[in-house]
Design a protein around this ligand. Sequence first.
Ligand SMILES: Cc1cc2nc3c(=O)[nH]c(=O)nc-3n(C[C@H](O)[C@H](O)[C@H](O)COP(=O)(O)O)c2cc1C
Length: 218
Amino acid sequence: MTNATPEISLFDALHSTPARRYLKPDPIPEDVLWAILDAAIRGPSGGNTQGWGWVVVTDADVKRQVAEWYREGWERAYGSRRDEIMSGGPAGQALGVQNFLSAEHLSQHLEEAPVWVIPVLRGVAKSTSPRAGSSIYGAVQQLMLAARAYGIGSTLTSLYLGHEDDVKALLGIPEDAATMALIPLGYPARGRWAQPKRRPVEEVVHWGRWGEQRAREA
Ligand SMILES: Cc1cc2nc3c(=O)[nH]c(=O)nc-3n(C[C@H](O)[C@H](O)[C@H](O)COP(=O)(O)O)c2cc1C
């Protein structure tokens, strides 16, 4: 099957790629996956070392097993605080109830996403550098934007990480490498390509030195 290169302006995509967690199980054509991955690997890495690998997971048994591990992480991080979050307690205020419900949905249906991509970075398994991920997360975002261009939703997830060693063993990932995320991909079943809600740009930009802020000219 051939899928024409989609047309969406770069800025439209940048402003309309929220986490999409309600996904249909419909398969993603392989040529589309290649196009998305080929866009991802155009991203930057220090010295252009490209110490990465991109594991594409579609096997139902693998997904079922990792989804169980993910749900353990979900339960630890959020599930056990469901009531507090739903009643607008501090944890709920940060995440938001809608976001919580969508994240809960994903945790319960992770294995139904037709494709997962697990970006892997070599040489960082033991790293304590806060910048270790900088040689892959730009490319990860390119993957998510390229998916969006094809109308495919994604979310960067991490709650499987309590089982990092198990995931590595299951997928044969080299010892020196780390999984950097698990990105479920699928055509959206619900929701919109809404602009992600963020604090206003004027509030987070500092001009010249920290604390020097300006209003944005219209
Ligand atoms: C480091 C990192 C880890 C994340 N882990 C998860 C996760 O395990 N599960 C999940 O549903 N979303 C996860 N997210 C997605 C965030 O919740 C999401 O990016 C954030 O709420 C903003 O969502 P929005 O772009 O739709 O506004 C993660 C995002 C990042 C950057």
